[in-house]
Write a protein that binds this ligand. Sequence first.
Ligand code: CP3
Length: 357
Amino acid sequence: MTHSPPSAARFLDACFGRPVDRPPVWMMRQAGRYLPEYREVRRTLSFLDLCRTPEAAVEVSLQPFRRFGPDAVIFFSDILVAVAAMGARVEFGDAGPELPEPVRSASDVALLKRFDPSSAVAFTGEILGLLRREVGERAAVLGFAGAPWTLASYLVEGGGSKSFAVIKQMMGRDPETLRRLLELLADVVGDLLSFQIESGATAVQLFDTWAGELSLQDYREWALPAAARAVARIRRDGAPVILYVNGCGHLLEAMAESGADVLSVDWRVPLSQARRRVPGKALQGNLDPGVLLGTPARVAERTRAMVAETGGRAHVVNLGHGVLPSTPVESVEAFFDAVKGGPVSRTEVEATLKADS
Ligand code: CP3
């Protein structure tokens, strides 16, 4: 079998619904702990130091590109880097992110800053510029940000949550404060994604990971207008916008009103059903990351079946959420190979990287 090399043009064509030779493929959280070379870098640098050190962040972003040759390289960072730049304290422990001074009142919101990304997160621009130089047209370079609702839920809850009880309490008892926070976050996200595109990102993804916790009514009232405000503020310069929501089965039609070009869906919704419900939108997804814990043969079979749901048209192949840290590298290889039509030679990807540098 021959394999087709990665391509930024193929990625953009799929996002805009144009014909492609095969669907593009990448993987959420493709740079991370399932890779031994990532764990090696993390022995010497804390997570936040890694996000803030351009050479190291570029190296880690390129690790999956060298191994698998995805059609998109997402820059290494975290959605909470923006929240830290607004003045909130953010700590990354083994149990996930923690914000020891949560936002609970109007005066807490007033302390958060709308910042200038070119000074407050200049390292982000540097990482994207370096990545774009490294990969050239061989892959899209993806910028990203948390969507306002998801960022607000970390700020208000003080970390991850199962019930979202604190932010839902604010929704019901102090709606003006929540509204003000979401508007501020929408403006911050718009500034940030515009800066990422100016710095070299060819496409951007908004992660509204926790918006699936809302009823359709509350999604329309709270998360959607804030995401739409952020999308409207992005100076796109041709870059498509992808919107991801985990647990989005009840929200697809509403998500299509956000202004995003591509809807990234979790594994609970069959893509054939998503296509019927939002026919004009390109789709991204949606293999269950849990499938990658199985054998490579099973991964290949499930991946092909997933691509068959869209016929590979207007489809950016991905997982339905981030790859799990315990995933075997061989299963990730099987996922990429199943889309690309054959194994990718590592030396070939390295040779093209060298040729352009
Ligand atoms: O490869 C990529 O996709 C780029 C890097 C990336 C990270 N986080 C690196 C990371 C991206 C796009 C994110 C987004 C992010 N961060 C989201 C939205 C996407 C999603 O997965 O739902 C959310 C909700 C966060 C917040 C966050 N950051 C959590 C909940 C955690 C802890 C859970 C976990 O997986 O450990 C993080 C830490 C984090 N972000 C790690 C990585 C590689 C692990 C840090 C480590 O090395 O220990």
